[in-house]
Design a protein around this ligand. Structure first.
Ligand SMILES: Nc1ncnc2c1ncn2[C@@H]1O[C@H](COP(=O)(O)OP(=O)(O)OP(=O)(O)O)[C@@H](O)[C@H]1O
Ligand SMILES: [Mg+2]
Length: 222
C-alpha cells in the first residue's frame, strides 16, 4: 500500500494526518514507513532527526548509491513505524525520482508519504517530485480544510486525489459534503480540529499517545 498525503494550502494538517495514518497502519500491519518530503515530520513525531541523511541526499547522490541506501537512512520510531526523513539540500526530480517511486511502490510495508503542498511554494524540481508521488500512489489523499480558496486550488491542481481527508473546523460554512460535490472526489476521512491533537503534537507525543478522535477519524482513510 502506497499512500500519498498532500495539501493545497499551508497548515491544513497534512503532516499530522500522514504521521497518524502511518502510525495506525504500523500498529495494524506490524510495520509501516513514513516518508517525509516536507521536512517537518521530525517535529511532528517527536524525534531529533532534522539533519539525518534522507531522501534529498539519496536523490542527489545519483546512480552510484544503491536503492537500499534509502533503507539504511530510516529512523526507527514506535510500534514498527520507521521514518525516512526529507534529508538535506534540494529535492531533485528526474530519473532518480523514478527509482524512488519504484522502491516505495514495492516496499512490503504500508508506505505513507507526506508530500506537503506540492504546488506553488517549492522549487520546480521538488514540485515535480511531490506531484509524481501524489500521482503514482495507490491512494492519493488530499488533506483539505474546505474553504473557498482551498477548493479552488484543489480544482486547479494537476493531480486528482483518490480521496479527501477533510479537516473540520468549528464555525465554517463549507463541509465535507461540499468538498465532495465541488471536487467530485469521495471523502475518505474526516478529522476535527481538536486542541488535544495540537497539544499532543506540541509535546512530541503524537505516536506515544495518539488522540483517539484522530485515530477514529482516520480508520478508513487508507
Ligand atoms: N486535527 C488537528 N487539530 C488541531 N491541531 C492540528 C490538527 N492537525 C494539525 N494541527 C496543528 O496545526 C498545525 C499545522 O499542522 P501540520 O503541520 O500537520 O500542517 P501542514 O499542512 O503539514 O502544514 P505545512 O503546510 O506547514 O506543511 C500544527 O501546529 C499542528 O499541530
Ligand atoms: Mg507539513
Amino acid at each position: 500500500m502506497f499512500v500519498a498525503c498532500w495539501s493545497v494550502k499551508g497548515g491544513a494538517g497534512v503532516s499530522v494526518v500522514a504521521a497518524a495514518l502511518a502510525h495506525r497502519l504500523a500498529v495494524d500491519e506490524g510495520a509501516a514507513l513514513l516518508v517525509d518530503l516536507g521536512g517537518d515530520q521530525p517535529d511532528i513525531v517527536g524525534v531529533a532527526a532534522h539533519h539525518q541523511q534522507g531522501v534529498a541526499d539519496w536523490l542527489a547522490a545519483g546512480a552510484g548509491v544503491p536503492a537500499d541506501g534509502l533503507q539504511r537512512a530510516e529512523v526507527p520510531l514506535a510500534d514498527g513505524l520507521a521514518l525516512l526523513t526529507r534529508g538535506n539540500g534540494p529535492l531533485h526530480g528526474g530519473e532518480r525520482a523514478e527509482v524512488l517511486l519504484a522502491v516505495l511502490a514495492r516496499d512490503r510495508r504500508p508506505v505513507v508519504v507526506d508530500c506537503g503542498m506540492p504546488v506553488g511554494t517549492v522549487s520546480s524540481a521538488a514540485e515535480e517530485l511531490t506531484l509524481a508521488v501524489a500521482a503514482a500512489a495507490t491512494r492519493s489523499l488530499l488533506v483539505i480544510r474546505p474553504d473557498l480558496s482551498s477548493l479552488r486550488r484543489a480544482l486547479a491542481a494537476p493531480v486528482r486525489p483518490s480521496g479527501l481527508v477533510v479537516v473540520r473546523e468549528p464555525g465554517r460554512v463549507l463541509d465535507a459534503g461540499d468538498a465532495r460535490e465541488v471536487l467530485s472526489v469521495p471523502v475518505a476521512a474526516e478529522v476535527d480540529v481538536d486542541p488535544a491533537v495540537a497539544r499532543t503534537v506540541d509535546a512530541g507525543l503524537l505516536l506515544a499517545r495518539p488522540p483517539r478522535q484522530l485515530q477514529r477519524g482516520l480508520r478508513h482513510a487508507a
